[in-house]
Design a protein around this ligand. Structure first.
Ligand code: ATP
Length: 444
């Protein structure tokens, strides 16, 4: 058997549309550039990705959750450095009028237009990536608010609220999932880089001096997370930011990179942000944000280790990683099976119920099984087309198990369970079905 992995994003874009994972936003109006809608299966997949992350974070006794507002006091973005510094240098090509990021178009120290190859370009101008809007009825410079470009600041400004309300002692972390907005100059590559996206961020507050130890620990924890959700380990790597790449707030930074069909790209950032953010907010708000360590009678501003991953980008990695085409040849005839080999915790549909015929006696048992299993899992019911076609449909959306109800089931009170990856089949008594499925889904 020949196995082909995903070679280009276009194949995934088509599958995503065909099978209800991701659609282009406002498609009937011609679409909106680099905006995407998650369909019925995509939204479930995304929810499962978030749940996996949320559980991995907040089930630790030293991490609590938060859900801060998207709109924040405008001074937050002055304190964080986003008003001043959150910009990309933009250049216009004088020949073909193309506009592009200077830093992505440097060739041998020269800026070359990626569209026409000319070096006849304007001086760079800074372009702030924050989306602005106005709050209230009057639109003037005093009513400007920003759509948050990262979720982290919602955590920093709530550090004291969370610490005192939850009586947390250092070290502890705050985890958050939420939308962020960046007016990216060059969005693209499907859901890899968009202007509206979701982030899953965790800021871990530690005593200065212990930050390097915690930084190493979080690097390992995040690596292990990707293994737990089934990403291929050889497609993951850590890349360290050199001194000239470090963000203004960072003492150290590593990116977790994944090998997408477009090459190795950042999936997550693990940063040592020092006490930059808390000290800035302390300065700009005038409120003391120091932590009092009762045991040692010490007062200090905590350091922060941050782990920040894009939920959409992780969904893309999960989709790319899951895709495979199995090609077999029998009697000179080629057959192909497309499988989304999701880890079962992420699979949008866990079990499909497939009665062999539409006869009422089979429907009756099948409906009962569907209703019973639906109490535990997201289940699909399909009684159309041949059983072979129905298995292929489930393979293509990554359903780990299919339950087939046949005429023998009426007599022996058993059903056939077919496995997505091995295609093996087991005959299981109906009364043991739930325990069997629990067991198989856990075993992955
Ligand atoms: P990049 O270098 O790709 O622009 P970044 O270093 O600015 O990303 P961070 O600010 O560290 O990214 O954000 C953390 C994570 O959020 C990134 O690792 C990525 O997964 C995700 N992310 C950032 N920008 C976008 C975007 N425009 N679209 C989708 N995900 C994004």
């Amino acid at each position: 058997m020949e196995i082909k992995k995903l070679e280009d994003l276009q194949t995934l874009v088509s599958l995503s549309k065909r099978r209800g994972f991701v659609f282009q936003s406002s498609e009937i109006y011609g679409g909106l550039n680099s905006c995407w809608d998650y369909g019925p299966l995509g939204s479930q997949l995304k929810l499962n990705v978030k749940l996996a992350w949320w559980k991995a974070m907040t089930r630790r006794s030293d991490i609590v959750g938060l859900d801060a507002a998207i709109l924040m006091h405008p001074t937050v973005w002055k304190a964080s450095g986003h008003v001043e510094g959150f910009s990309d240098p933009l250049v216009d090509c004088k020949e073909c009028k193309n506009r592009f990021r200077q830093d992505t178009a440097m060739v041998d120290g020269k800026v070359i237009c990626p569209s026409c190859g000319s070096d006849n370009v304007t001086e760079p101008r800074d372009f702030n990536l924050m989306f602005e809007t106005h709050m209230g009825a009057i639109k003037d410079e005093n009513s400007v608010v920003y759509m948050r470009p990262e979720t982290a600041q919602g955590i920093f400004v709530n550090f004291e609220n969370v610490q005192t309300s939850m009586r947390k002692k250092l070290p502890f972390g705050i985890a958050q999932i939420g939308k962020s907005f960046r007016n990216e100059i060059t969005p693209g590559n499907f859901i890899f880089r968009t202007r509206e996206f979701e982030q899953m961020e965790m800021q871990f507050f530690v005593k200065p001096g212990t930050d390097e130890k915690w930084f190493d620990e979080w690097k390992q924890i995040r690596w292990d997370f990707y293994k737990t959700i089934g990403l291929t380990e050889s497609k993951l790597r850590y890349e360290e930011h050199g001194p000239d790449e470090l963000a203004h707030y960072a003492k150290a930074a590593f990116d977790v990179q994944y090998e997408f069909p477009i090459g190795w790209q950042e999936l997550e950032g693990v940063h040592n942000r020092s006490d930059f953010d808390l000290s800035q907010h302390q300065k700009f708000s005038g409120k003391k944000l120091e932590y009092f360590d009762e045991a040692n009678k010490e007062k200090y501003l905590p350091y922060v280790i941050e782990t920040a991953v894009g939920c959409d980008r992780l969904c893309l990695a999960v989709l790319c990683d899951a895709y495979r085409e199995e090609i077999t040849e029998k009697d000179g005839k080629k057959d192909s099976r497309i499988v989304m080999g999701f880890h079962p915790s992420l699979a949008p549909v866990k079990v499909a119920i497939l009665p062999l015929s539409k006869k009422p006696e089979l429907q009756e048992i099948s409906h009962k099984i569907r209703d019973d299993l639906s109490l535990e899992w997201n289940v699909e019911y399909d009684e159309t087309a041949s059983i072979g076609k129905r298995y292929r449909r489930q393979d293509e959306i990554g359903t780990p198990l299919c339950v087939t109800v046949d005429f023998d089931s009426l007599e022996d009170k058993a059903v056939t369970v077919r496995h997505r990856d091995s295609m093996n089949q087991d005959r299981i008594p109906m009364e043991q079905l739930k325990t069997y499925i629990f067991d198989k889904l856990q075993q992955f």
